[in-house]
Design a protein around this ligand. Structure first.
Ligand code: SF4
Length: 349
């Protein structure tokens, strides 16, 4: 049973919390709460407000290189989407990378998911159910604990803002997924109005903004949606977020060999960010043979030179590893290889 519409419950708060603990924290598929049983009326009400649907696991792909496990999941309407179990540095600790949409409307030039177009948004219950499914397997297999969630799978989370925030709230709730707020990360390709809304609403989750280029023309070519807002508007939104949270904004740069690793990119970043405190995450693009338009990973020499240049900005720079590279299953690849089925079976929006 997947918990849905928790915030729409008209149950007394204590009852709602008991149900949330039972279903999400304890991973139970029934309403047989320990202690005082629920009344018949409450069970009936819950029966019409909780989704009893489950996600089916179509495929599990393990990457022996990094230990990640990619799940291809099927929703009751046939839509395929993914989640990835990611081992963290601490032994026995895992995070789950969650999709927010079936396909994606953003059309990033280097991304397999972008080729699919948007089929539909995922509902909050589907994201929570994906997390719970992975968490329950980790617990059942005695592997350890799931201590995080990252909304960085298929789709643009801020294009499905309300459902993503609702899912993150349930995962971070002490009666729900019990994940610490800073262990929940939401990534965006840079939708400026949603970044401003997110800041105004004061969420405690970690925000990552995919910049990938600080040069306007190059960024618009790589991330077509970037053409909607200028880089200056994006930088202003990030500055406002920093001023509201007093935290460094994390900037992600998808590193594309021969494209965005030169000194021109470093200088553009310097001009754009000024004294805004950021953390720069460098993420390798997927293997060349798996990307549209033939983008390739940077060579070691290119990456080293780029990192040396970025060091001059005086901001922390971290190289992040994209999980699932060995199986060519990183970022949307598993669903992308099943794209014909996905397109045929998912309903139009
Ligand atoms: S990189 Fe992310 S936002 Fe861009 S097309 Fe792929 S899934 Fe969508």
């Amino acid at each position: 049973m997947a918990l849905a519409q928790a915030q729409g419950m008209r149950l007394p708060l204590v009852q709602a919390r008991r149900v949330l603990v039972h279903v999400l924290s304890e991973g139970r598929d029934d309403l047989d709460l320990p202690g005082q049983p629920l009344s018949r009326a409450t069970r009936a009400w819950l029966g019409s407000h909780l989704r009893h649907d489950r996600l089916a696991v179509e495929e599990r792909v393990r990457d022996d290189g990094d230990g990640s496990v990619r799940y291809l999941l099927r929703s009751p309407d046939g839509a395929l989407h993914e989640a990835v179990r990611i081992p963290l540095h601490k032994a026995g600790a895992f995070s789950v990378c969650l999709s927010s949409q079936v396909g994606c409307a953003m059309g990033c030039a280097f991304c397999a998911t972008g080729r699919l177009g948007l089929r539909r948004h995922l509902e909050a219950w589907e994201m929570v159910a994906a997390w719970r499914l992975v968490r329950d397997e980790v617990v059942a297999q005695g592997l350890g604990r799931v201590t995080g969630a990252v909304f960085m799978g298929q789709g643009e989370p801020f294009h499905n803002y309300d459902a993503v925030i609702r899912a993150a709230d349930q995962l971070g709730h002490p009666c729900g997924g019990r994940i610490g707020g800073r262990a929940i990360t939401i990534s965006t390709v840079g939708l400026v109005p949603q970044i401003r809304r997110y800041t105004a609403e004061g969420h405690r989750f970690r925000l990552i903004v995919s910049l990938t280029s600080a040069r306007a023309e190059r960024r618009a070519a790589l991330l077509p949606v970037a053409g909607k807002w200028s880089l200056e508007e994006l930088a202003q939104a990030l500055r406002a977020h920093h001023e509201a949270t007093r935290q460094r904004v994390t900037i992600a740069m998808v590193v594309l060999g021969g494209v965005n690793t030169g000194d021109d990119e470093v200088q553009a970043l310097r001009a754009l960010l000024g004294d805004l405190p950021v953390r720069i995450n460098l993420v390798d693009v997927n293997a060349a043979e798996a990307t549209p338009d033939g983008f390739r990973r940077a060579t070691d020499a290119e990456r080293r030179a780029f990192m040396d240049g970025l060091a001059g900005l005086g901001q922390p720079v971290v190289r992040r590893y994209s999980v699932g590279q060995e199986q060519q299953a990183a970022c949307g690849m598993l669903a992308a290889t099943r794209a014909p089925a996905l397109v045929a079976e998912a309903p139009e929006v």
